[in-house]
Design a protein around this ligand. Structure first.
Ligand SMILES: [Zn+2]
Ligand SMILES: [Zn+2]
Length: 224
């Protein structure tokens, strides 16, 4: 799995625009020439989902969803569009862990409390109970990462039933992520990644965070 980085902002982090890339005219997954369809790749840089935030005078105000939307048409044949769509993970890791983990943390915490674990207002009086409570909170969130990975494995298996023998991977052929300066493109097909790099005079590097794009994006994300 290889990655290409392209600038959408200058060194002072001022947005200069969507990187205009030349995409070689072969399917980005299986490599067949002149595909008649495209995979629409979207990346919203500096994404803020919106929500209630502080305003002047100690009141709250609704901050609308913001972000810089970028779109690219990546050549991709019809069968590869199908497996890319079938294997698409429906949930983001970040929101799965937050939305799943917080309710189960309170539920599990309540059960532990009812069982008499760490129920003393002076936590230091029961160090073993405190350790159990902290271990439970950590394990709770780790478990939700595991649930998210299981869903991802299931979706890839679902997509794998639609691949052709020439396909590089059941997933979408390219995934995007961004920080304040660069958009990162992670390719499943190494040969296609080299082709894009060559066609645009860009460097190629290993895609280390492909399975964890949220980690790489965290620095440039305003959680709202
Ligand atoms: Zn294809
Ligand atoms: Zn394919």
């Amino acid at each position: 799995v290889l990655r290409i980085r392209a600038r959408y902002a200058d060194q002072s982090k001022k947005i200069i625009g969507t990187p205009a890339l030349n995409w070689p005219a072969v399917c980005a997954c299986c490599g067949i020439p002149q595909p008649q369809t495209v995979y629409v790749l979207e990346q919203i840089a500096r994404h803020n989902r919106g929500g209630w935030g502080p305003a002047a005078g100690g009141v709250s105000t609704y901050i609308p969803e913001t972000g810089y939307q970028m779109l690219w048409n990546v050549p991709c044949c019809q069968p590869c569009l199908v497996h890319a769509q079938k294997s698409h993970h429906p949930f983001s890791l970040f929101w799965t862990v937050i939305r799943g983990g917080i309710p189960t943390m309170f539920l599990g915490g309540f059960i532990l409390f009812s069982m008499g674990v760490a129920d003393d207002p002076d936590a230091m009086s029961d160090p073993a109970g405190l350790v159990i409570a902290i271990a439970f909170v950590i394990l709770n969130f780790v478990a939700w990462v595991g649930i998210w990975q299981l869903i991802g494995a299931f979706m890839r298996w679902r997509g794998s039933r639609f691949v052709t023998p020439m396909c590089a991977d059941p997933r979408a052929p390219v995934a995007a992520s961004s920080n304040y300066e660069h958009v990162r493109f992670d390719f499943t097909n190494d040969r296609y990644a080299w082709g894009v790099a060559q066609a645009n005079g860009l460097w190629i590097e290993p895609a280390r965070f492909t399975t964890l794009p949220w980690l790489a994006d965290l620095g440039a994300r305003n959680l709202g």
